[in-house]
Design a protein around this ligand. Sequence first.
Ligand code: 1HN
Length: 374
Amino acid sequence: MTGPARENYREDVAGRANVEDTAELKAYYGDLERFEAAALWTVANKIEPWEPKSESQPVLWRYADLREPVLRSVELVSPEKAGRRVIYLNNPGRRDVAAAVGWLYSGLQVMKPGEVASAHQHSASALRFIMEGKGAYTIVDGHKMTLGENDFVLTPNGSWHEHGVEADGTHCIWQDGLDIPLVNALEANFYKVHPNMQQPVAYPVDDSSYAWGAPGLQPVGHDWTKDYSPLLKYEWEPTYEALTKYAKSTDGSPFDGVLMEYVNPKTGGPVMATIGASMQLLRPGEKTRAHRHTGSSIYQVAKGEGYSIIGGKRFDWKKRDIFCVPAWAFHEHGNASKSDDACLFCFNDLPVMRALGLYREEAFGENQGHQPVN
Ligand code: 1HN
């Protein structure tokens, strides 16, 4: 019986599979196929790469290219029909799973004044990073948050969430980030539309940031029983202030400049179980050293302009551009300005890497001996 020619991933390295195809073996592989089975040695070298091989490509999505098409969608579809009016970032290597990189999804959502999108919940965790506009808000489990440029807001998995723009606002665009490709890969995704389509606002507006957003201070007697972060909105001003102050007292990381992670104030850990987020500041003229690590990252330029070299390719970016760094790709960043700082917002799946014991990091030029000898 002859099935479609199957690839044989041979490697001439001791300890690796290197079985030559013969007529007898080919017939044998055909026999196995009839029983939904196959010989491991034909695929072992493929499924056990010497080091991570990302299917994702490094990509820069320029806001100058995307802004007009995103705004055009306002004329083409309503949030009622579309559910959510979002243009998603489609990595050429990950089109099958609608991922921007690795197991992370990202899109640009646009809403016009007076619009509301229906409340829903899902097993995927999500975040928003506000790009432009006035009057946007998100409601998470009854907590309404007003959103301004460069604010970062969480919609943790399982929470009821909905977005809108106040009638006296302007067109608003924000970046959505989700772990949806991961949750789908794990075959664990559930989705619900809110029975009343919208949810009531159950707390004072912006209460989460008022109670939990002061650096180094926590409210006493505030019993927070949810398993997600009580701080849901991380505003830009205190974030930038924290970075500029920290920059006065540190040389920063040779790989990341002045880098601060957004954390759950209750645990000190990542903002969500599957998604970590950070803001980094590159000082005028700063140029980082290259490194690589497991886990995928999506960056949005929050301030300034510069460039990143990712997997050997240079990408020049400016405010609002978005780019991705695939797992295990070397990357370095540079601030192109001699007078102004540059800030990069980043979200990533590093909490997953760490929780599963898969985090690994390497500086350029310091190979730790995991690569093949050939
Ligand atoms: C979602 O719930 C939102 O809440 C945006 O606005 C984008 C992409 C995939 C799955 C769920 C939102 C999403 C999403």
